[in-house]
Design a protein around this ligand. Structure first.
Ligand SMILES: [Zn+2]
Length: 236
């Protein structure tokens, strides 16, 4: 039996199904994005911590080397007082200069990696703070997604069954037109006539068609947007 009543029911079911889809919305994508972000945060923090350990090791090696050189320089300086010739004095001085340069290099390198370490420590601290809020946000979204899915899956199943029952009652050609209009008109295929106009697109409905819609005879649709038309009852 083709009746506009069936199509009205079908539209109601489809609107509710659409609402469920919108309710879930992009939550699954958002949760996925957050999980990815969390993962890369954890990786970055791990890498930074490994690098900081390397730097600490490097700094203590450089400290040790610097001390060794300082001791050598001091010994050579002491020897300066004991030399007998200018030639010996010059040789010792050159060696001292050479060691001082080496010491400078070590100190410069140490300064550079200390700066790197400070930057990394600061960044890591910030990342760890962000990770905390990211993780709690993620868990919140995940649990709300899970409860939404659980809530809606039963409802969705019932609506799908209801849809099948309605569809079985309507001819294939009407259903295929309905489906076409539904997807072309953003989920609204059945609309009421309001103030002599199609409430879907706003165009005027010709008087004869309006009379047919009002009588509820046959299936009428808007000449402009092709949506099915019905006359609103008081309960609507
Ligand atoms: Zn229309």
């Amino acid at each position: 039996m083709n009746s506009i009543t069936s199509l009205i029911k079908l539209q109601k079911v489809d609107t509710q199904l659409q609402e469920i889809r919108e309710l879930l919305g992009d939550l699954p994508i958002k949760v996925d994005e957050l999980s990815q972000k969390e993962k890369s945060f954890v990786e970055e923090i791990d890498q930074a911590k490994t690098r900081i350990k390397e730097i600490n090791l490097d700094i203590s090696k450089k400290d040790h080397n610097a001390k060794v050189i300082q001791v050598k320089i001091q010994k050579l300086k002491d020897q300066l007082f004991l030399v007998k010739t200018n030639k010996q004095y010059d040789a010792l001085s050159r060696e001292i200069d050479y060691l001082k340069e080496a010491l400078d290099r070590i100190e410069t390198e140490e300064l550079e990696i200390s700066v790197e370490k400070d930057t990394l420590s600061e960044e890591t601290q910030e990342r760890e703070n962000n990770l905390g809020s990211l993780t709690s946000d993620l868990h919140e979204r995940k649990s709300s997604l899970e409860s939404l899915i659980a809530e809606s899956s039963e409802k969705k199943e019932n609506l799908k069954n209801e849809r099948q029952t309605i569809v079985a009652d309507v001819s294939d050609s009407v259903i295929s037109k309905y489906d076409r209009v539904l997807s072309a008109r953003s989920g609204m295929a059945v609309v009421e006539v309001l103030d002599s106009s199609c409430s879907g697109c706003g165009s005027m409905v010709p008087p004869q068609k309006m009379a047919d819609v009002k009588k509820g005879e046959g299936i009428q649709s808007c000449d402009v947007c092709s949506r099915f038309l019905y006359w609103p009852t008081k309960s609507d």
